[in-house]
Ligand binder design. Sequence first.
Ligand code: KIV
Ligand code: ZN
Length: 390
Amino acid sequence: MSKDKVQIFDTTLRDGEQVPGCKLDTTQKLIIAERLDHLGVDVIEAGFPISSPGDFRSVSEIAKLVRNATVCGLTRSVQKDIEVAAEAIKHAKRPRIHTGIGTSESHIKFKFNSTQDKILERAVNAVKLAKKYVEDVEFYAEDAGRTDNEYLARVCEAVIKAGATVLNIPDTTGYCLPEEYGAKMKYLKENVTGIDKAILSCHCHNDLGLATANSIAGVINGARQIECTINGIGERAGNTSLEEVVMILRQHPNLNLDTNIDSKLLYSTSQMVSQKMGMPVQPNKAIVGSNAFAHSSGIHQDGVIKNRETYEIIDPEDVGVNQSSIVLTARSGRAALAYRAKNVGYELTKLQLDEVYQKFLEFADRKKEINDEDIHEIVEQSAVDVERVA
Ligand code: KIV
Ligand code: ZN
């Protein structure tokens, strides 16, 4: 049975770039956009064109450059925003305008000092205006995570009637629990007339560390687009991480969902974005962190050396990492030491290994990590006569 496709909407260049200190110039954005297109994302949110002349230029250049993905520009439900975004994306092969407005009680009261009916009217007018420029219009109900489901359904129904092709249901503050976010998608699927004419989209923030879990709950309950960023960067605690959702869907074939992403490019793309943005990837980051395929405890190392699958659920090559690494620390056992010693040319017998291991522990208690140079020194200082074979 063929799998249902989940569209990947990458917002590294818009929500991701909102990280303080991560500002990119147009040339850097073009390089990243081209890489995202190769990676296989379906939509690139290139920026917020009204926000600055620089952002307008970047969106416009990306629109000209990108071959396959849809290129999207963000707007508020404001006439000028929509006109400027339409101008910025006009050369895209597949242009999309992403417009929207806050729908939660708090946004309506404090941001807009308005009413539900007036907000709904602004939403409809924004979609109708965007529709004059492009066929593909995505509507976001900002803070949908904290928006009452019944009102949210009314807004969704009205904007679909006005022509919205995609409905973005952002958990803007990262507040929802996965069950709650999933139930919201299910509610919309079941209660919005015309919902089959539009794609439901997950846009989750990571304030409670639930962005990925919420996005997966969303697609399990009928959403077919996930908005995410490389390395999960974005406002505050960040957005859903692209590499995580892609690999979750891939590693769980029973979900019967997949994406168009070439997963072998995930690691190099993560590195590239990290370098361009000057934003290091945390070592324990799932999928792309430097420790994601590193094993350091003796029990794990022994298992991985016997069979990788004992402690790895992903083949590192599937995400573009050459191989798993066996890290030597004071917690490592003989199996790991023998393995690493063999890699640098020493075939140790059992007796030799016992001797060398004692010296190794002395070194390892002094140093955090033992490298290849240290192994030579350890072998030389041990009371064994062993020849290097390579
Ligand atoms: O988090 C959010 O609600 C957003 C919207 C502007 C789509 O980024
Ligand atoms: Zn966001």
